[in-house]
Design a protein around this ligand. Structure first.
Ligand SMILES: Cc1cc2nc3c(=O)[nH]c(=O)nc-3n(C[C@H](O)[C@H](O)[C@H](O)COP(=O)(O)OP(=O)(O)OC[C@H]3O[C@@H](n4cnc5c(N)ncnc54)[C@H](O)[C@@H]3O)c2cc1C
Ligand code: FES
Length: 258
């Protein structure tokens, strides 16, 4: 299989888990090697990764890409349920199957200052963005000291990273939303990734200040390639699929599902 054609992202490829690093309890950085190179990956694009070589669990799980080399891929994975628990308990050298990169990433913003606001594992696409565009500003929010390992690891990769914690135990007390008040509508753009509650708050704050804002949605996904309608979200343009129309949307378009 060759990694350069337009259809390669839709094909499944075998990868080997080459390195597993535990950052905190239930949070891992997983590195994979493929025999063939990956096509260029935009920050915000994701892969659908099967969590075992067998048929159970049957469906892949979506993960944003947080780092790449030519045939190397890095994911930041938090244990959320059965699939991620199986994935994070696999030994190094295990072989798995993934499809990707999929979806649309954050759009380039020539001439603008980009402020990336992340909630916990929402930092993943911004680690890749920083690898590609050193000038972006990254703000990470965590609940508290329990996530300190993520903050330390991310700060090693993103010099100047601003860390906020809700309980004030790490970095600045509060959340990354605090930085929105300092931004200028004509010069600045916000990219956000994290839990839905945080994205709604970022959407509201940016709308109030007329700051352009792009958000990466985390809906449940079954296929990742537009075939199952499992990931639809309400938008001003009607129902859209998070996997193929997103996961990154202009925040003004998103109406949410509740
Ligand atoms: C585009 C995209 C990028 C993502 N990137 C990352 C990432 O970089 N790192 C990471 O750790 N996780 C990421 N996720 C979330 C990850 O896909 C889910 O945590 C995972 O699918 C859960 O699988 P599971 O079998 O362990 O949990 P399940 O047993 O399927 O579910 C456990 C819990 O997680 C919730 N859940 C399941 N799927 C999702 C989902 N897609 N989004 C939010 N909550 C979900 C369920 O409602 C349930 O409460 C991403 C999701 C999307 C859509
Ligand atoms: S996950 Fe199947 S259509 Fe989006």
């Amino acid at each position: 299989m060759c990694g350069n054609g337009p259809w390669d992202s839709l094909l499944e490829r075998e990868v080997t888990l080459t390195k597993k690093k535990e950052l905190t309890k239930n949070l891992f950085v997983l590195s994979f090697e493929s025999q063939d190179p990956f096509p260029g990956i935009q920050p915000g694009q994701f892969v659908m990764l099967r969590t075992s070589l067998g048929m159970d669990p049957l469906l892949g799980r979506p993960f944003a890409v947080c780092g790449t080399g030519e045939s190397r891929l890095e994911l930041l994975v938090a244990v959320a349920g059965r699939g991620t628990r199986i994935l994070c308990s696999l030994p190094e050298r295990e072989r798995l199957v993934l499809r990707g990169p999929l979806g649309n990433g954050f759009p380039p913003q020539p001439g603008k200052r980009v402020y990336c606001l992340a909630g916990t594992t929402g930092i993943a696409p911004f680690l890749l963005a920083r690898q590609q565009t050193p000038k972006i500003h990254v703000h990470l929010g965590i609940p508290g000291r329990g996530w300190g390992g993520l903050a330390t690891w991310a700060a090693e990769r993103i010099p100047g990273l601003c860390v906020y914690s809700e309980d004030s135990s790490v970095g600045i007390g509060g959340t990354p939303l605090a930085c929105i008040d300092q931004l200028e509508p004509l010069n600045d753009v916000v990219w956000a990734c994290g839990p839905t509650g945080m994205l709604k708050a970022v959407q509201t704050a940016c709308e109030r200040r007329k700051i352009p804002c792009w958000i990466s949605l985390e809906t449940r996904m079954a296929c990742g390639i537009g075939g199952c309608h499992g990931c639809v979200v309400r938008t001003v343009a009607g129902l859209r699929k998070t996997c193929t129309d997103g996961p990154v949307f202009d925040s003004r378009e998103v109406l949410w599902n509740d």
